[in-house]
Ligand binder design. Structure first.
Ligand code: NAP
Length: 259
């Protein structure tokens, strides 16, 4: 299926690796030009070069912290016209809420709620004026099924979800949609780092810990960031203009409920 996106421009935040990279390459394969972003310039430049080489689209790489005002300004300035916005950033650390300070909460809210809202604010009216826009926020399965040790993430991402639920119904009549993609467990550096810490604690190898994790998922495996990116590309497609305000769980069947 041709997704009708050739020649469009996308800002894909936090995209040198993992789920963000999966979204970036999937959009590029549809002919979308990219502004990619991450903090580490060398890893980002390698990722951008790979996508340029494989797809031939124009890719601009902006090394900056997307959770800062200056970082967001640099990323937006690099994009001639934001047709597609993929919001992403690192997730907050795990822990016990009794140990979290107000500053810990402000940092989590800044990264996983206010940063995407600021980027939406900066881009949505242009999308409305041009009568095309697709915004996808990478959130987490924890929005539907909160994860005990990830209270900072549960809280901040739920705030974004609530905000988006209201706005997405106001923009859709202008062909501007806003949806959230909720990853379960995907095989990324972040998940491997968490698994390595758990393996060390339990006296296991990384492979044993990852295999145990895979057995707990009905699909019997971890997700691949590319399959996540393919779902993102569909949500950004011309055909998906009637889909807005949705929370799409991609978790290999882990969430057991019907809604
Ligand atoms: P990852 O493999 O560690 O990749 C994270 C990417 O984001 C890297 O490119 C990283 O590059 C960039 N990044 C992180 N913080 C940034 C910042 N402040 N500004 C700009 N770029 C930044 O992580 P992932 O697994 O893809 O996770 C992406 C998001 O999905 C996270 O919020 C995570 O909590 C959430 N999530 C992931 C899973 C999963 O199974 N993987 C499940 C649920 C939720 P630099 O470090 O160079 O900046």
């Amino acid at each position: 299926m041709d997704l009708g996106l050739s020649g469009r421009w996308a800002v894909v935040c936090a995209s040198s690796k993992g789920l963000g990279f999966g979204c970036a390459i999937s959009l590029a394969q549809e002919g979308v030009n990219l502004v990619m972003n991450a903090r580490s310039a060398d890893v980002l430049e390698q990722a951008a070069a790979q996508i340029r080489g494989q797809t031939g689209v124009e890719v601009r790489a902006i090394a900056a912290d997307i959770t800062t005002i200056d970082g967001r300004a640099q990323v937006l300035a690099a994009c001639p016209q934001v047709d597609i916005l993929i919001n992403n950033a690192g997730g907050p650390p795990p822990g016990d809420f009794r140990n979290w300070t107000r500053d810990d909460w402000v940092k989590a809210l800044d990264g996983n709620m206010l940063t995407p809202i600021e980027l939406i604010k900066a881009t949505v009216d242009g999308m409305i004026a041009r009568r095309f826009g697709r915004i996808v926020n990478i959130t987490s399965s924890s929005v539907k099924a909160p994860i005990e040790v990830l209270g900072l993430s549960n809280g901040a991402r739920s705030g974004l979800t609530g905000f988006v639920a209201g706005l997405a119904r106001q923009t859709v009549k202008h062909n501007v949609t806003i949806n959230n993609l909720l990853p379960g467990v995907f095989d990324t550096d972040r998940i491997r780092a968490t698994a390595q810490a758990m393996a060390t604690r339990q006296g296991q190898t990384l492979e044993e810990t990852l295999a145990a994790r895979a057995r707990s998922i009905p699909a019997g495996r971890l997700g691949n960031p590319y399959e996540f990116g393919q779902a993102c590309a569909y949500l950004c497609s011309a055909q998906a203009s009637y889909v807005t305000g949705q929370n799409f769980l991609i978790d290999g069947g882990t969430y057991p409920g019907t809604t």
